[in-house]
Design a protein around this ligand. Sequence first.
Ligand SMILES: [Zn+2]
Length: 463
Amino acid sequence: MLSKRRTKRDFSSLFASALFFLVLLAGARGFAWPSCLNCNVILISLDTVAAARLGVYGGSSKVSPSIDAFAASARTYKSAYSTSAWTLPAHAAMLTGFFPWRLGVNGEVDPLPHDTPLLAERLKAAGYLTGARSSGYYVTRHHGFHRGFDSFVKNEDRKKWRDGAWIVDQATSFLNLNRQKKFFLFLHSFHAHAPFTPTEKARESVDSGYKGKIQSMPSKDLIRLTVGKDVATVEDQDRIRALYDAGINELDSELARLFKSIKDLGLDRNTVVVITSDHGEGLGGHGLWGYHAVNVYDELVRVPLIVKAPQVAAKTIESPVSLIDIVPTLLSILKIAPGTSFDGVVLPDEDDASSASRSVFAATSVSPDVLSHWAASAEKPRPSKQGPPYIRTTPGRRLGVSEQMVRSGSHKLILKFDRSFELYDLSKDPGEIKNIYSEPSKIGEHLKSLLLGGKSSLGTSQD
Ligand SMILES: [Zn+2]
């Protein structure tokens, strides 16, 4: 696996990574989940849902009551990170257990490598019936995400981009048809993705007090705000965030139907359900509106991660974790031998010294330079058949110049595209406003050594 592409330097980094994670695993206490032999799996990826906007993560209780209620009987990871700030590399990591830059999935033309099995391939080999229902860009047959699925149904209708009803209808049909079988169902909803065009009902649900004129935010208006062609008042900025929240609220309402189906069919007794997202969204933090991909601040890379499994008590975990942990965790719960070591580890079931000191990494090779391209295309929209907006990344097997982050404890170090560093103490500064990198600190040096030293294999990509 992966061996054909490794350079000598990659191997030394890999060894360091493997050693690091073995030490982590050996030292970890309580990394045990009750086994759930032959249990079903439903993995739900809610594209572009930032953790901080959900009620269970400290957002308004009006936004996501169904997800919040789901989380009340599940394990909720409060400091979960994607490995990237955009769809393709984030899902590659989520569905393999490996860092995307180790897979060579960095640019928009990069397919999934054939020598690394996807979760669906692993579960199909273990006798599971496998199904996927997906919307939007990147999680496609073209990129190889269909591998291992008995059925891979893609929503190709851009008019159904806000797909909450479609995806839940698809899911409930699958469950009704296959409830007696051992199955894996993967759902990927694009409902919360920009443009922010929620229904009046959803707008009123989350933001009934607004007196201004903004009722929706098309992509061209969001990009004009980002590049400074428009300016929004504080009240209007709150409104734009509320419109995003309203999209999540619409999706949440549909998910209530799915949760009810799972219970009504008795599947809650033998099904592991995971809810997560691939990345967050620019909601004004650091000047970005309605876009993601171009930096690794928490607004874009901190995601929800909620795991509900039979015989597992509800709990909240604060320790940093990563999307690369989902595959090893599911295989551990199902007692399926992985036959390999992953970049990810089994999710902790409690906060202790070992889990709290975990280092998590993310990177993106999508430069903020693309914003001007997006601005141009938003001013002069292209036909949808031409595909997604132009993303200028380094295609192929190397990460190239990128923005990278590592978090350990409450501190987070960012290596910017211009090769400068930023350091934040998220316990005091969750918005990542006050860069304390210039202040002498041991933690800053420690995080720098992690980022550059190869424990994530990011150290091979500083060129
Ligand atoms: Zn996405």
